[in-house]
Every structure is written in C-alpha cells, then in structure tokens.
Design a binder for this molecule. Sequence first.
Ligand code: PSV
Ligand code: MN
Length: 427
Amino acid sequence: MNITSSHIEEHNKKAVEDHNDAFDALTHQLHKQNIDIDSLIGQAGAFQVAIPSWALGAGGTRFGRFAMGGEPRSLEEKIKDVGLLHALNHSSGAISLHIPWDIPKDSGAVKELADKYNLVFDAVNSNTFQDQKGQKHSYKFGSLSHTKQEVREQAIEHNIEVIRYGKELGSKALTVWLADGSSFPGQQNFSKALQNTRESLGSIYKALPQDWQMLIEYKPYEPNFYSMVIPDWGTSFLLANKLGERAKTLVDLGHHLPNTNIEQIVAILLMEGKLGGFHFNDSKYGDDDLTTGSLKPYQLFLIFNELIGGTSNPEQLRNHIAWMIDASHNVKDPLEDLLQSVEAILQAYVKALLIDRDKLQAVREDNDPAGAQEILQSAFQTDVRPLLTEARIRHQAAANPVQLYRELNVRKQLINERGTESMATGL
Ligand code: PSV
Ligand code: MN
C-alpha cells in the first residue's frame, strides 16, 4: 500500500475551498496581532516527530490483546507504515527503534528503504526489561542495577550492541529505560542499586560516539511497585550530570505521579541544558500511553510554552531535542492514533509560538496572574488547524490526514496484504 501524489492531490482538491475560507480568516486574525503566518507555517512544516517502531501494532494490557489485522510483520513493514504516516502528514519523518524487537538484519537495505520514504532513524531504545530466548542471565531482578556483576555486564553489552545498530542506521541517541527496582520493602539496597546503575551507565557512556547523546528515562512505578531505581527526573538528572555532557534526561509524559507539574520539570531541565527528549502520550491515571493531547491538551501547550519561552532559538530547539511518541493502542487503529498524536503535538507547538512573550514578561514583572492567564488563553484558544493544514498542503501532504487514511481504506488494504492475524513486535 502506497499513498501516491495523485491520492493527495485529489483529496486536497476537494478540501481546498473550505480550507481557504478558514485559512484566510486565521491569516486575518493573526495579521491583526502582528503575527507573520508564513513564518509559523515554515516552523510547523519543519517540525518532525519520531514514530516508535513498537507502536504500529495493537498494544494490549495484561488482561488481553485484540488483534486489528494488517499489522506490520517485519521492520521493513514498520518502515512502510511510518512512510504512510509521513506521506499523509509530512511531520512523521523519523522512526525510533526498539532493540531487540526490531533488529535490522541488513542495515544498508533498511536505510535505503527508509530513505525511499524520507525517513531518518531517531534514538534507538535498549531493552533490558524482558528476557530474550536463550539469554544467559535473567533480568527478573534488574539489569544495569543488578546485584550480580555478570548480569550487569550482559545488560551493558546489550546497550553497546544497540549503539552499534544505531550507528549503522544513522541514529544519534540511545534511550535507556530501566524497569529495575523492587516490589517489596527491604528487597533492595536503594543506594547500592543506584550506584551500580551509575557505574553500568558509565561503561555504556564510554562506548557512546562523540556525536551521540544518552537519554535517561525515568518512571515512578511499574513494573516494580515499591521502588524504581530511576523513579523521577531528579534521579535521571543526577545520573546525567555525573555521566557527562552528552547524557540527558528524557521526559515521558506518562511517567509522573498524578498532578505533577511536568512543564516545570521541562523548564528546569532546559535551563540546565539537560533536556534530551520526550516520549509523548497522554494519561488519566498512570502510564496509560493514550493518544497525545486526547486528555490534557492544555498541559501539552504549557509544556511547549516552557520550551519556546526557555530558548532564544526555536530551530535549535527543534533539532536538538528528540521528539518521540511512546503510546500503546488497544482500541484505536495505531496509524490513526499516531496521526492524531502528531497533530496534537504540532497544535501545542504552534499555539505556544503565538504567545506574546513581551507581554507575558511584562505581566510577570507586574505580578499580574490574571493578565498572564489572558495571554496564555488567547494563544491556546486560537484554532491553528487551518495553519497546520496549509503547512501540509504546501508540502504535498494531505489536507486532512485521518480523513484521507479512511477514504483510501488503508487498514483494509493492509489487512489484504498482511492478513488478519499478523502481529507486530512490541508490547
Ligand atoms: C516504559 O514504560 C516505556 O515508556 C519505555 O520508554 C519503554 O521503552 C517503552 O515504554 C516500551 O513501550
Ligand atoms: Mn517511554
């Protein structure tokens, strides 16, 4: 299944009249605020969000999994699916691989295929939270933090192997997420476990190419329910500081206890030059891995407010942070879900660009919280969808990606090609 330029043209031709009306109205509205819409369209069009290779099939919960049919059966098919997304929205031009779920057998050929779809390889993710067939030592009681040196060494070697794969594909970052921790009081020596982790990460850091970053992800609970070795941004930040300049913190939006002020964490990490990347998703209760922006679009906007407010160079921001989605799809078609997530991220980004920074600065100086809210709400309540549509049209992508996906019956075609039982690797 390929999306061709004539599919796009035909779809856009039908959409253009309504789009032009909405776009003209928005142009007029922004013009009155002295905002240059063309510059915003350029910035929106340049923003790329990496798609996780592990989220292209049906996810599941520990209670069950409902197959959706047409799931990619190989890394090559995963790349094709991300290619479909990128053809539809022009904003999904990168793929983030999880090893060993997606080991490239022939890196040259895999790279060539990705090139064909204008995709690059974003951060590679290691996996020491599951045991693989034939693996010598088990990770049941941890990996980089394990009490036994031989287990730690095996986990270190795995991460170095992931770097090797990433190098072959042109990745520039390794993301490390550890499930290590304990489920019962007394089970683990907290400080020893963290010390082991630091030393293990140090060995991996030594193997990191000079132009790479190590992204350290944190999570407060699950799969361990009493303690996690890297439970929060403070611990990740501590490790990143001890490791060196190229080690940074990765913020997965689902990895916080309820009501945590994520935007404040983002602001501090950015200020310290330690914000390495994001795993975008949304949640109501825990690490729910739901569609980004489906529950808390305002929080997402506030995060982008801190990002834009904390940098003098939006281009550098776009290029130096790993923007990735980390989601799981139990009831939605993953491809539709990912299109919706990317759209929500772009909306939050562009709305944050609309904020009048001088005025915000002035009301802060005046200690005027109501004034601050007026400024934020005025940007957040602006409907920027016509601007994003225009960016897509200018890049020969679909005016309405989800609509075209449905018009073309993409899922049905994928089922015809791959069958109803095909199952993608991942969680
Ligand atoms: C753990 O919950 C996590 O967020 C890590 O990023 C893993 O790599 C990913 O999910 C696996 O789905
Ligand atoms: Mn994650």
